[in-house]
Design a protein around this ligand. Sequence first.
Ligand code: 5GP
Length: 145
Amino acid sequence: MADIFDKIIAGEIPAYKVYEDDDVLAFLDISQVTPGHTLLVPKKHVADIFDYDDQTAREVLLKLPILARAIKASNPAITGINIQSNNGPSAGQTVIHSHWHLIPRYDDDNLNAQLAPTIDHSADFTPARYQEIANQIAKEMEAGK
Ligand code: 5GP
């Protein structure tokens, strides 16, 4: 059965996309733990870290530093980034389609250094604000190609 990320990949439900190629899609996490919180997912259905073949791992993981640099470059207030992947329900995985959280950090974000991406700030974000953030990151991805 198609999960929510399969539907985003298929264009059946909308997302604020920041990068797409044949193998991966990156889009804003709806919860925005901090502004710019992005998910990187393989287009191929991979359930979790245990389910990757080598080729898919190369395609996805190579994009992590490139995407991290684009996110950092998108906003001068971003001074760090947490990258996290939850694998298996016991580890907090709620969408069973492998994904990598990239959570920008700000000097004044008042979050613990270690954080689980379970904080939901979506009520603070309008469609225009999501789009503005997505555009800034997408622009940096384009520049960094
Ligand atoms: P997990 O808990 O599996 O590590 O993370 C799942 C993430 O998917 C959560 O951070 C949640 O906010 C995000 N998410 C769930 N549904 C949607 C959706 O429909 N659109 C977007 N953009 N993010 C979603």
